[in-house]
Design a protein around this ligand. Structure first.
Ligand SMILES: Cc1ncc(COP(=O)(O)O)c(C=O)c1O
Length: 391
């Protein structure tokens, strides 16, 4: 049976081989904790890898003060990064704006904060999932707003928000903007400092090609001081002080970090340096265009979001009238094609796109997807729909 992975929006696969190799080397030959030993070569090895990884992320994502590595902090994933920012900054009486295209990693922390007296508003988007600049401007002019949080690209329909324009509106209004780059870091070029973001939250296991369990935040250092840490504890530094250090990165990094994850992410960034972000973006665009072209030719396929590659990443969701997307995904899975049906942790996006509660079938190729795999998927999809219609 064929095996074709078309679920890169959930996590990229395969990873560049150097990622697994670096994890194995770290665990078998390195393995020292961070700042909790001496200056042995193993201790220094860990220290240098962590510093390198911070530095490289700051360069790739446009960290503040010419990519000062201190302003990149690690946590488990973008969900935790968003929780650190939202729950650490928003206090009772404050108001946060988001779009209706957010993932539950934004919706759920905001709903939790609502119970504590934070006001929230999820702004409507166009039928293609785009947040219009005028919608944001109008909402900001209506009254108090303390923070805006947005997904850079939708994990349902792939629509990329016009972040330059939206960020300039937030800057003009003096409102901190937090960006969820789960679907864009490592795929699109990003510059947190140039955009004036308060915080850019990233996850290591998608476009950045690293292992699962590592992510973080690129901070505007002034904003970071207004955010209370969610977790406090040992940092391997300032051990004489009984309160959490104010300094970055220690402020948000209590407890032993996911060091194998950081080392694996660093290897992925090395790979990215060699291949280049531009080449990755170009390949993803090409494979996306090839798939999109084929999808649009399939009779009865109702595509969500944009019908060209302009302003989108290669994440495609669709439905067929009268066919359950979960059953279709199962039929495809038995033929060897891995997709993702359902609501994709984004109920408001599906409501906005008219596919709640049934959801849709999502297909997301990646850098390593080959053209013939897309061709065989398109054939299998057409045949599977025919089979289900006959039943
Ligand atoms: C837009 C968006 N935000 C947040 C997340 C959550 O990512 P993680 O599970 O790595 O925290 C995802 C994952 O699919 C996503 O697509």
């Amino acid at each position: 049976m064929v095996s074709v992975y078309l679920n890169n929006a959930a996590t990229t696969w395969p990873k560049p081989p150097c990622v697994g190799e670096s994890l194995s080397t770290f665990l078998s030959r390195g393995g020292a904790n961070l700042g909790r030993g001496t200056s042995s070569s193993r201790d220094m090895g860990t220290l240098n890898s962590v510093l390198d990884c911070r530095t490289r992320l700051a360069q790739l994502l446009g960290g503040y003060e010419d990519g000062d590595p201190r302003y990149v902090t690690f946590c488990s994933n973008v969900t935790e990064g968003l929780n650190i920012v939202l729950r650490g900054f928003l206090r009772p009486g404050m108001k946060a704006l988001a779009s209706c295209m957010e993932h539950n990693s934004v919706i759920r922390p905001l709903r939790t904060l609502e119970r504590l007296g934070v006001k929230t508003e999820f702004l409507p988007c166009s039928p293609e999932g785009e947040l219009g600049p005028e919608t944001l401007s109008k909402a900001l002019s209506k009254g108090r707003c303390d923070l805006v949080v947005l997904a850079h690209a939708s994990n349902v329909c792939g629509t990329v928000q016009d972040v330059e324009v939206l960020a300039s509106i937030c800057r003009d209004a003096g409102v901190p903007l937090v960006l969820d780059t789960a679907q864009t870091a490592g795929t699109l070029s990003l510059d947190a400092a140039a955009l004036g973001l308060a915080a850019l939250c990233f996850t290591g296991h998608k476009g950045l090609m690293g292992p699962q369990g590592i992510g973080g935040v690129v901070w505007n250092p002034e904003f970071a001081l207004k955010v209370d840490p969610l977790v406090t504890g040992g940092t391997g530094s300032y051990s004489h002080v009984e309160f959490q250090p104010e300094e970055l990165p220690d402020r948000f990094e209590a407890g032993t970090p996911n060091l194998p994850g950081i080392v694996g992410l660093l290897a992925a960034l090395d790979w990215m340096d060699e291949v280049t972000l531009e080449a990755v973006a170009e390949r993803e665009r090409a494979i996306g265009a090839f798939l999109l072209d084929g999808l649009l030719k399939i009779e009865g396929l109702q595509l969500q979001g944009r019908r060209t590659m302009e302003g989108r990443v290669p994440v495609f969701s669709f439905n067929f009238e009268g066919i359950d997307n979960g059953i279709l995904a199962d039929v495809l899975s038995r033929k060897g094609f891995e997709t993702r049906p359902g609501l994709h942790c984004a109920p408001l996006a599906h409501k906005a796109l008219g596919s709640f509660p049934q959801g849709s079938l999502r297909v997301s190729p990646g850098y390593f997807t080959k053209d013939p795999e897309i061709t065989s998927f398109l054939t299998a999809l057409t045949e599977s729909v025919r089979e289900l219609r006959r039943e």
